[in-house]
Design a protein around this ligand. Sequence first.
Ligand code: PA5
Length: 301
Amino acid sequence: MGGSAISGDLARNLLFGSCEVPLSVTRHNALPAYMGPEDLVILLSYSGNTAETLGCLKDALARQIPCVLVTSGGQFRALVDEHQIPVVPVEPGWMPRAALGELYFALLGLLSQLPGAGWIAPAAAVKQLLAERETYVPQVPQSENPAKQLAAKLFKKTPILFGVHPTTEAVAMRWKTQINENSKVTALHGIFPELTHNEIVNLAHAKHPHHVMVILRDPEDPALFQRQLGFARDIMRPSVDDVVELMAQGPDRLARQLSLVYLGDYVSVYLALLAGVDPTPVTAIFGLKDRMAAAELQEVR
Ligand code: PA5
């Protein structure tokens, strides 16, 4: 779920054109009916306490489907020890969404064993992000800082993050959820080409003076999208406040994917700071989890 599951989505996009076995992501508390002992479940939960992920773990054990757990600790431990489930430990002490690097690289390490996936080398991506950090950090003034500039454009607006299937789809979701959790504001997201069959209608139909469209692009976006984008933008543009197009930068797919993620993360934090909001706490998420846990305890009693 949330800041942990997004690594699964990013991996699905990254390996779309290469991995020779099906990859799917579930956010339910049980596994799909088609899964069996010949499959592999990779459970991603930074805290190791998330109810949906625990449900999948129990389901996998009941159906004898092999599992690997990527986590920083948590309450699954007893079950995991009892059933000798392999654990990939990640560094504790972060908010789950801030541990993306830990979770995603651990996941990619596992997935690189799959046929076709190949060894996914992180070096170019790390180098790319280190270079970008130079211009995104708080010390760099807004006039030279693209992350601060974009945050200023989105401040007091409703961003609509548009991604492209299968290149920047998960990146758009990451931007949306980072803006939800860090900036604590509403953000929408849509995916090309699907949105050209539905969402384009409402966006073109009426004025949305507070909406800013952010289109997240990659040099390897499908040719169909590249043809479609100009027309779709022309149809939607008159209804919204502004349109921003961002092209992923970097020498390989992983670097490009993470370059957009990284910019979005910074933008979401600067948006929070502009609003005078602390980006870290997610009181509503923890409040809901506490209530769910208390209700479950009550049921057991
Ligand atoms: O960012 C967050 O804090 C949430 O989206 C969590 O990632 C989500 O609630 C799932 O928790 P965990 O990542 O610990 O499994």
